[in-house]
Each structure stands twice: as C-alpha cells, then as structure tokens.
Design a protein around this ligand. Sequence first.
Ligand code: CO8
Length: 261
Amino acid sequence: ASEYQYLLVSRPKPGVGLIQLNRPKALNALCTPLILELNSALRTLQADKTIGAFVLTGSDRAFAAGADIKEMKDLTFSTAYGADFIEAWSDLVTFLKKPLITAVNGYALGGGCELAMMGDIMYCSQKAVFGQPEIKLGVIPGAGGSQRLTKAIGKSRAMEVILTGDNISAKQAGEWGLVARVFETPQECLDGAIAAAEKIASFSQIAVKAAKEVVNKSQDLGIREGVEYERRVFHGLFGSKDQKIGMKAFAEKQKPEWSNE
Ligand code: CO8
C-alpha cells in the first residue's frame, strides 16, 4: 500500500519523480491533509540525489478543482488568520530547488490553478480548463493566483479572469503563454512532461539548480539587478567540477559524465 492517502508517487524514468494527485471523488480538491502529503512527498524527492526533476499531475478529469470548499466553508477569520491558513501552500514552492513541471488535464480551478502555476514549467492538454472562480464564492485567490497569473498573462487579462470568474480554455492558455505547450491528449501531455523532466535530470544538477534560481530571480528583481545576479551565479559555476567536465567533453567530442559537483 502507498504511504499516501491522496497521492501516487512513482519514478517513470531515470531521475524523474512523478506525483499524481489522487482524490478522484472530489476532483482532487486540495484538502489540508492532501497539501501536507504533497509537501512531504516533494521534500522526500527533493532530498533524493537520484531525482533531478519532478512532474506533478492530476487525472484526465481534474488536475485539481480548487481548495476544499467543504473544509473551508465554516472557517472564521480568527481561525484562518490565527492558524495561518494556506501557510502550508507557500511552503510548497519556496523549498523546491529542483525543477517542477506541472502537467494539467481537466479542471485546474482556484487553488488548483494556483498549484499548477507553482510549476517551473506548465504543460497542458486540450482538455485543460483553468480559472480563478473564487469571486463566485465570495472570496479571492489566496495561494498566489492574483500575483502569478498577472505575471504570466498580464494585468488586463488577469483582471478579467479573476473579476468575472470565467474559465480559460487550453487554447487560450497556450496563446496567452500561461502554459509552455498544449498537447493534444492527456497521455501526450504527461509523456511530454516526463520526457522534459528526464532531459532536465540528465544535465548537471548544479547547473540546473543555478538556472532555475536565476530565472526565478527575474520575477523579483529589476533587469539590471537581475543581470548582475545572473552574472555572479554564472561566474560561480566556474568553481564547479561539472563546468570543467562539460566544456572538456565538448572540446574532446565526448559525452559528459556529470559529477553533480
Ligand atoms: N471542494 C470540495 N469538493 C469539490 C470541489 C472543491 N473545490 N470541487 C468539486 N468537488 C466535489 C463535488 O462537491 C462533488 O462531490 P459530491 O459527489 O460529493 O457531490 C465532486 O467533487 C464532483 O464534482 P461535481 O459533481 O461538481 O462535478 P461536475 O463535473 O458537475 O463539475 C466543477 C465540475 C465545475 C469543477 C465543479 O465541481 C466546481 O465548480 N467545483 C468548484 C470549483 C471552485 O470553485 N474552485 C475554487 C475553490 S476556492 C479556492 O480554491 C480558493 C483557494 C484559496 C487558496 C487555497 C486555500 C487552501
């Protein structure tokens, strides 16, 4: 039996950790125990030196239909504020140093859309439906949606989505650049995500970590500081073994054998 109630964890390819949300009866609604399990699974894979990248997916019908509304409906301000409700969510991305690809099929609504947007790379199939419908429930996005969606698709489009609660189709998500790629079928989407993760995991983990770090900095820094930050990290990589291995292999027309040092 799996150690998780709401997740399936596997290693479909060398270096790839696959996590599938598995709460089908509630369309993968993100109840607190599920989020805690997800945190725990990601932490375990993060600590595993044989894993170079993660894929997070749901089912064909739903990536995740949002936070668990039934769990939230009686929540009060003092409980939410006092217990720092959603804190477990912000934790999800901040500790993740290895790349995360989210493969979205079916509904990615509310917290589900926010979780999908926590991916470093987002893929989806034609079956995906994105949205931030919180406004229809009398609330607003609470796990980064207003910030990440706006960064991803621009203010006017994000305002339209968040204020009307209307869904975004897969086609629209592709055109707006919310996702990197739109696949025809859910299986192609998952296979594509696993293939990309396998490719990422085949490179030097030091270089991959640095690349993710500097791209993420662009979200917080101005262009000048960002470019300076990038240069520092770039210079730093000349202190790694893998820089020597990679460039020597190129010069000698060999395939590099990464040391991850
Ligand atoms: N929470 C709890 N249960 C859910 C949720 C949800 N978000 N979504 C679906 N379910 C349950 C349904 O209640 C139903 O259960 P039951 O069979 O016991 O009645 C089961 O899943 C199947 O759902 P439906 O029968 O509704 O399936 P349909 O195919 O008819 O509809 C929809 C699918 C359109 C996705 C519909 O289920 C729906 O609208 N769901 C809610 C979508 C939504 O509003 N999401 C936003 C939630 S709010 C949010 O995410 C705030 C995030 C804040 C940050 C995170 C805080 C933790």
